[in-house]
Write a protein that binds this ligand. Sequence first.
Ligand SMILES: Cc1cc2nc3c(=O)[nH]c(=O)nc-3n(C[C@H](O)[C@H](O)[C@H](O)COP(=O)(O)OP(=O)(O)OC[C@H]3O[C@@H](n4cnc5c(N)ncnc54)[C@H](O)[C@@H]3O)c2cc1C
Length: 397
Amino acid sequence: MQRRHFMKQALGAGLASSLLGCTSQRQPASYHPPYSPVTLPLSLPPLARVEARSDRIVAMNVCTRPFRAMGPRTDVESMGNKTVIHNYGHGGSGWSLSWGAAALAEQQIQAEVNTPVAIVGCGAIGLTTAIACQRAGYQVTIYAKERPPYVRSSYATGIWSPDSRIVTLEHAADYAQTWQWMARLSYLRFQTLLGLAGTPVEWTTMFRLADKPFDDKGGHNIPGEPAYPGFQHQLLSDLTPKARDVPEHLNPFATPHVRQFPLLMFNISAYSQYLLDVFARNGGIIVNRTLSHQDDFKQFDESIIVNCTGYGAKALLNDETITPVRGQTCKLMPQPELQYGLQYFDRHTSFYPRRDGILVQAGAEGDFNNPQANIDPAESVAAVNAIADIMQSMHRV
Ligand SMILES: Cc1cc2nc3c(=O)[nH]c(=O)nc-3n(C[C@H](O)[C@H](O)[C@H](O)COP(=O)(O)OP(=O)(O)OC[C@H]3O[C@@H](n4cnc5c(N)ncnc54)[C@H](O)[C@@H]3O)c2cc1C
């Protein structure tokens, strides 16, 4: 009861420093902030080559990021005799921030243990929110139109990207504290998911290639999109491991500017299954249900409902604050010997060595405010061909 009172006050006060205090409450007594390890090797092992050929593409997908300029919607609304807690609009950061977003939603529930709670949505946000509510002692049922592997979350890249299209620079100051709280909580939670069977979460090594020297200002500007804050750089630099610029004599790529950094990666197939299993083991049930109007919330048996419908909230609630940001990915057949990923944004391509297939992301200008969910095969083939060029021009160091 005390905790609820505390949270209520903290939320009322705009989630300021008291929320950060709440993070430390959840940490074990022996907790030390992670070091910022500058422990990257001073030499590079020989890097395996991606077999980047279009005939090795085994899947292509399009996903729509549910972006809101002011950040995700997290308010509580009364609908008839129901309490609806909104938890949607996590842009390009939904997987990364999911545990923090889940905790934020759960802490807004004012109910006794064992109260039935309905979660609408079974993507990254719905599943983690459902598990957080179970851990708090509620009886949880998920209601959803789709479930993994057919939710939008299943088509994401699957990396730690907590400040990707989460808020615009214009709204950054108002959102920074909440973001930091969610990001830190999520980050710690992901460390507890390392080393599990099926490797739902792992660290990998990334190389970022650039034609021009890196801009270390922290924010990022993407042509045709609003400016975004560089929250990770500004607010999490003590937490996430440091990057290093690869010196020329160690650079195996033909590109002059190369940066190396460790990155948390989510093997989405295994990770989704892990979340589904945990939810089921805790007694959770998933019911197929499609809501077509916001009045449908009033039809639930449960009096407390958490709305985790992601991009679906745009149509369901007529929410014009959601901007679609299209993203196309494809998967190449897995190569277990591949132990690194690569980002080359100047060439609109990146790949990640996921266990469920090498995830190739194609970036295209015109993705912002683009609701088209059609697959453009040429886009993915071009991204794969760009990787083939990079591989061909690599040399041993
Ligand atoms: C190309 C791409 C790459 C991305 N990469 C990353 C990444 O690497 N890391 C990261 O952190 N984030 C990434 N994201 C963002 C991330 O995928 C989203 O933020 C996240 O999927 C949002 O999850 P969600 O659970 O809110 O939505 P969804 O996954 O869309 O889930 C919504 C759920 O609600 C249900 N639903 C919707 N409407 C209704 C309705 N009317 N009735 C009943 N049920 C309904 C759906 O069936 C589904 O179960 C990426 C996004 C894209 C497009």
